[in-house]
Design a protein around this ligand. Structure first.
Ligand code: C5P
Length: 219
């Protein structure tokens, strides 16, 4: 029906900031709260989709959404790739750590007189991996930027072979990390950018999904 345009569709959403272990009591992470990702999962559910949420966030699990908690980027990738073949729309709202400590200590690292060095190695790019493997899937990525938003977002669209990049300027007061509102620009190949003015993350989430549905119907 028209108010359940995602009925029969499977939507996979990632959310939150991944945590990369240093030792049993320490990790590297980032400012992502998971609010945007959880809002997208809820909006997809309300539009009729069967939703899986792979979350590294501490937020409550949304009602009516299959929610799988993860911590590291590699864990997130493993769970996501398991479901990838049967998924129609993937929304990578998670802030995936680009690096992880190369060695994870089994015991708490002790203080010494010397400087401590933590060597980092690159994490897999989950969205780019999906971009290389996709067949029918519509891939939505996010870009949190502080400057040159359009240039960086368009670069990601191409490099990661995503169908849509939702960019927010995290230096703005009403957008980005841990806010309840967001203001975004939606970039797609061969389409003009679409500005979504400041509104609640739940409303922004719905707008993003409705835009994706429009584009899928045009394919
Ligand atoms: O390159 P950047 O991290 O800015 O790209 C952001 C987009 O790529 C987000 O959708 C994020 O979830 C995804 N990403 C990913 N795997 C990474 C890094 C980012 O899937 N290792």
């Amino acid at each position: 029906t028209t108010n359940l345009p995602l009925k029969g569709k499977k939507v996979l959403v990632s959310a939150g900031g991944t945590r990369e272990r240093i030792d049993p009591v320490r990790y590297l992470t980032n400012e992502s709260s998971g609010k945007m990702g959880h809002s997208i999962a809820e909006a997809a559910r309300d539009l009729g989709a069967k939703v899986t949420l792979v979350t590294a966030s501490k937020l409550e699990y949304p009602f009516g959404v299959e929610t799988i908690p993860v911590s590291s980027a590699r864990e997130m990738q493993e769970i996501i790739m398991k479901d990838f073949d049967t998924t129609d729309i993937v929304v990578m709202a998670a802030a995936v750590s680009d690096y992880r400590p190369k060695h994870q200590a089994d015991h708490k690292i002790k203080k010494t007189e010397d400087d401590l060095q933590i060597l980092l190695e690159e994490n897999p790019d989950i969205l780019a991996t999906m971009g290389n493997q996709k067949n029918k899937q519509f891939l939505i990525g996010f870009a949190a930027e502080t400057d040159r938003v359009e240039e960086y977002a368009k670069g990601k669209l191409i490099r990661k072979k995503a169908d849509m990049i939702v960019a927010n300027d995290v230096s703005k007061e009403h957008a980005g990390f841990n806010k309840d509102t967001n203001e975004v620009i939606i970039f797609q190949t061969n389409k003009n950018p679409i500005h979504i003015e400041t509104k609640s993350k739940k409303e922004v989430a719905k707008d993003i999904l409705l835009e994706a549905i429009k584009s899928i119907q045009q394919i």
